[in-house]
Design a protein around this ligand. Structure first.
Ligand code: ADP
Ligand code: UDP
Length: 239
């Protein structure tokens, strides 16, 4: 019997009969301000899942270990169950979002090298920033775990920046999550969609990510469908 083990801000996680396998359901919902603002968007779950699946396929093809097993339906995937690090690994290529507001900067300048920031995943605490020694002190992860997660994050950035550029988008910043499989291996988990990254149109600099919802700029599902169509075109051309 399947059991709902978690309902998050964008997805539901179901325990399947196999203890090592979860069914993920992408919901037609968007949130901002750590869940304080919430809205229903028809088709958003399928669009985010399709983008994430395409990106995960691309990463797997290029050697990144991930939790992905297979698609079940337009809104559902099977994934390998992980013991998740309660951390958000954020990489920034361009000044935007909280990096701009925190340091009083304008958005848009390309950073001389990617900025890497780790946040402790806790809606209650508002996902506070945490550094390496804090992570170790709290017993969240070891130095080796963090090194592995960051080296995979760098590889992901190296693969996805040019992919999005070919699709006419600047990969401004993104958040990854990692977890440990039952055999101890660390893999990329969760998702990669415009819910967790910033994408700007290369020419117009228009936002093509969740900021269109946060900042009330355009329809969310329509925007995600555009991102998907652009990525599908590039991946097809590469095949
Ligand atoms: P949030 O928890 O931020 O509201 P979601 O709605 O996306 O986010 O919920 C998905 C949850 O499932 C997240 O807490 C994420 O850490 C977790 N998760 C993602 N992939 C896996 C996995 N392979 N195994 C176990 N948990 C996972
Ligand atoms: N991000 C995320 N989940 C969070 C916080 C941030 O996926 O709980 C992503 C966000 O979409 C962006 C990047 O991490 O691509 C950097 O976000 P930032 O710190 O600027 O915060 P935001 O302005 O997005 O709240």
């Amino acid at each position: 019997m399947e059991k709902l083990i978690y309902t998050g801000k964008a997805k539901q996680m179901w325990q399947t009969d196999d203890p090592d396998v979860l069914r993920v359901v992408y919901m037609d919902q968007a949130t901002a301000l750590n869940g304080k603002k919430k809205e229903h968007f028809a088709g958003k779950g399928a669009a985010a899942k399709a983008i994430s699946d395409l990106v995960f396929h691309y990463l797997i093809k290029h050697g990144i270990p991930t939790h992905f097993i297979k698609q079940l339906s337009p809104t559902e995937d099977l994934v390998k169950k992980c013991d998740m690090f309660p951390l958000e690994f954020v990489t920034r290529n361009v000044i935007a979002g909280h990096f701009a507001s925190r340091y009083g900067l304008d958005e848009g300048k390309v950073l001389p090298e990617p900025v890497e920031e780790t946040f402790y995943k806790s809606d209650q605490l508002n996902d506070p920033f945490i550094n390496e020694s804090g992570t170790i002190a709290l017993g969240i992860a070891s130095h080796a775990d963090l090194e592995k997660a960051w080296s995979l994050s760098r590889e992901v950035n190296g693969l996805l920046k040019p992919l999005f550029e070919k699709a006419g988008m600047q990969l401004v910043d993104f958040k990854l999550e990692f977890g440990r499989l039952s055999d101890g291996k660390i893999v990329l988990a969760d998702e990669f969609s415009p819910d967790n990254c910033r994408l700007w149109d290369l020419k117009t600099k228009h936002h093509m990510d969740k900021d269109v919802y946060r900042r009330k700029l355009a329809d969310l599902t329509t925007t995600y469908d555009k991102v998907l169509a652009r990525l599908q075109k590039v991946v097809k051309e590469e095949a």
